[in-house]
Design a protein around this ligand. Structure first.
Ligand SMILES: NC(=O)c1ccc[n+]([C@@H]2O[C@H](COP(=O)([O-])OP(=O)(O)OC[C@H]3O[C@@H](n4cnc5c(N)ncnc54)[C@H](O)[C@@H]3O)[C@@H](O)[C@H]2O)c1
Length: 336
């Protein structure tokens, strides 16, 4: 079974236990921290079904653990009649979904994302991956879940840093969309609820369904990420993904304004939105041209020409440029 469309059904359900209960044969891949924090609600749904606890660290999203998960499926005699149910953040759903996509050439897949970022980003759009030989998400597949079940109550135990990661992606999609959701997010600081999650999912889903295999339109979702990646690398990953993306959004806003793609009013609104969601971080690490160049060059997506997503007055657009041009722009604005 090769799932070649963005055909995932997204269900908002606080009574998620009933949905899981109704799945006849299943195996679970569960984030260990989430399991330990929520034993009272997780253990009852397991019944006697097999479950694999995964230690969700970025360094563990690797081939050794993928083999371990596949071996677990084999040992438990999982077959294609089973649903693979992944419960956890993006790390767990990425590796669990990848395992589901290749075990017996593909099994049914249900995701219960438990982080804000997992709900609005990692579980949406059908990308699965592990990190391979030092390159992030370099091995994976396009494989949409049959169902994504969203229970925002899971987020009550999420640490603040993880919330920031989610808000950075949420603000990013609102800025890409540029429509009602942006107006709503900009009006006042919204509390994180099902409305926010469902709007952010809709925008990502809409972009992904126009470009399921990431050939063109999906590039827009890289807004803030090229610069964000530079910040992550130069800080030796001591600056989180969300903070790095937020800094990236600010730097891209600076470039877009300086190059005349956005008015002062749009530029100010972008900065105000970042500030409203406490995402106005400052880049503090020293960087020079050669470091930025090397990091951009290592990125598998950048060949001689690279695509930098810039702001336009209403949305965003992809600007093709040489690596040298991109580095010069980023170096000039990185301390904005
Ligand atoms: N497939 C995609 O399209 C896609 C998109 C974006 C990101 N990703 C991937 O997602 C990963 C990041 O995902 P993430 O931000 O969800 O991080 P994560 O999976 O590392 O989870 C963050 C931390 O929170 C813990 N946790 C999970 N749920 C919790 C809860 N409800 N309460 C308390 N703690 C909880 C986890 O154990 C972990 O320590 C990266 O590997 C990234 O590459 C994938």
């Amino acid at each position: 079974m090769y799932n070649d469309s963005i055909a995932t059904e997204v269900i908002f359900e606080h009574n998620w236990e009933d949905l899981i209960d109704n799945i006849p044969t299943k195996v679970f891949v569960i984030d260990k921290i989430f399991f330990n924090l929520h034993r009272d609600i997780i253990i009852p749904i397991l019944n006697n079904d097999p479950y694999y606890l995964f230690d969700a660290k970025e360094s563990d999203k690797n081939i050794t653990n993928l083999i371990d998960i596949l071996s677990f499926f084999q040992k438990e005699e999982i077959n294609r009649a089973f649903h693979i149910v992944c419960i956890g953040g993006g790390i767990t759903t990425d590796i669990g979904s990848f395992a589901a996509s290749i075990y017996m050439r593909g099994c049914k897949l249900v995701l219960l994302p438990t982080t804000f970022l997992g709900m609005i980003d990692a579980s949406i759009g059908g990308k699965t991956a592990i990190n391979f030989q030092g390159i992030k998400n370099n091995v994976g597949s396009f494989y949409c879940a049959d169902q994504v079940i969203i229970n925002s109550k899971f987020l009550e135990s999420l640490p603040r840093l993880e919330l920031i990661n989610g808000w950075a992606e949420c603000v990013k999609v609102a800025l890409i969309d540029g429509n009602n959701f942006l107006t709503k997010l900009s009006a006042n600081k919204q509390k994180l609820d099902d409305f926010i999650i469902s709007e952010a999912i809709k925008i990502k889903n809409d972009i992904c369904s126009q470009d399921p295999f990431d050939n063109e339109k999906r590039q827009l979702l890289n807004l803030g990420h090229s610069v964000g990646h530079i910040i992550e690398v130069i800080s030796n990953f001591s600056i989180s993904h969300g903070k790095s993306v937020a800094i990236g959004l600010k730097v891209i806003a600076g470039i877009s304004y300086a190059d005349g793609f956005v008015s002062q009013s749009r530029y100010n609104k972008i900065l105000k939105l970042l500030s409203l969601y406490e995402l106005d971080f400052k880049q503090q690490f020293e960087v020079d041209y050669s470091i930025i160049y090397d990091i951009l060059k290592q990125d598998k997506k950048n060949r001689k020409l690279m695509s930098l997503v810039l702001f336009s007055e209403k949305s965003v657009f992809v600007q093709k440029m040489t690596l040298e041009e991109a580095v010069a722009l980023i170096e000039k604005h990185i301390y904005n």
